[in-house]
Write a protein that binds this ligand. Structure first.
Ligand SMILES: [Zn+2]
Length: 291
């Protein structure tokens, strides 16, 4: 399976940090019933639900979009050497898989011009920083880090009221702000010609997706607006870390409705396998067709 594909005249690389069965579906999707899960297992297994453990299989990855003039990295995974005590499989990771994946693209961290974080959750900000002489410093030395304004304000405020309770903000977001390497934008912002943010709120307060390319040769990089193709079939199915599941459902209906039966690729944040596909209608919801 190739980790590189073209979208119009842009090249997109996937850099994978991890792909593994991680979470029990009935707790990951709190309103999912055992009956509905069982009914869908025949098509969810083996790719999306691990047949052995019964857990949701997730990929943790970055997308790198190469335009003629810029390299844009979207979402920066979990990162190494970070204290993540509530998630043993992400605690103090010390893996070279991510850096090897980046090297395989022919790029280095110094080649990245923009780091876009679709939202500020633990598995989307980790490689923003790296440990240097006991301090967290920006990993991508030349990059501007693009944060949505209300998203950054929400987490900054939470860090003030409950300091240390979101360690990924402490070690992977605030050091970027302190180093003045961030760019605060609206979630409707056009970053570059052919690279725009689309507001897809709900999973977090100001979650954004990224549209790349031109009509007829385009893709949407969707971050965490969806975690499993089950949430395409049932767009209202919330995920336990959602800020507002009803709003996340509305974002899925709106975005997927627009993608339905078009050539636009949906590049998901967390699906295993190819991670990307096209949408068609499926009953009251949508079918994710991997490509
Ligand atoms: Zn995520």
């Amino acid at each position: 399976m190739s980790l590189t594909f073209a979208v119009g005249d842009m090249t997109v690389h996937r850099v994978i940090e991890m792909e593994a069965p991680l979470f029990d579906p009935l707790t990951f999707f709190p309103t999912l019933s055992k009956e509905v899960l069982d009914e869908n297992l025949p098509w969810l297994r083996p790719d999306f639900i691990d047949p052995k453990t019964g857990e949701v299989v997730l990929c943790i990855q970055s997308y790198i979009v190469r335009t003629k003039h810029h390299n844009i990295l979207i979402d920066s995974c979990v990162g190494n050497h970070k204290d993540r005590r509530s998630r043993p499989f992400w605690h103090q990771m010390s893996s070279d898989r991510y850096e090897r994946g980046l090297a395989a693209t022919g790029l280095t961290m110094a080649d990245i011009d923009f780091v876009m974080c679709t939202h500020l959750h633990v598995d989307h900000v980790g490689w923003n920083t790296r440990l240097e002489n006991g301090r967290w410093v920006p990993s991508f030395p030349k990059a501007k880090y693009v944060f949505a304004d209300r998203e950054l304000a929400f987490w900054t405020d939470r860090e003030k009221t409950a300091p240390g309770e979101q360690p990924w903000i402490t070690d992977s977001v605030l050091p970027i702000v302190e180093a003045k390497r961030h760019e605060i934008v609206k979630s409707t912002h056009e970053l570059l010609d052919g690279v725009s943010l689309i507001p897809t709120p709900g999973h977090t307060i100001d979650h954004y997706s990224v549209r790349i390319g031109k009509p007829g040769a385009d893709a949407v990089i969707g971050g965490d607006m969806i975690h499993s193709p089950l949430q395409a079939r049932y767009p209202d199915l919330g995920m336990r870390a959602d800020y507002d599941s009803a709003e996340a459902g509305r974002s899925r209906r709106s975005l997927f409705g627009g993608l339905c039966d078009t050539s636009t690729l949906l590049c998901t944040g967390h699906f295993p396998g190819t991670s990307k596909g096209r949408m068609t209608k499926w009953g009251d919801g949508f079918r994710f067709n991997p490509v």
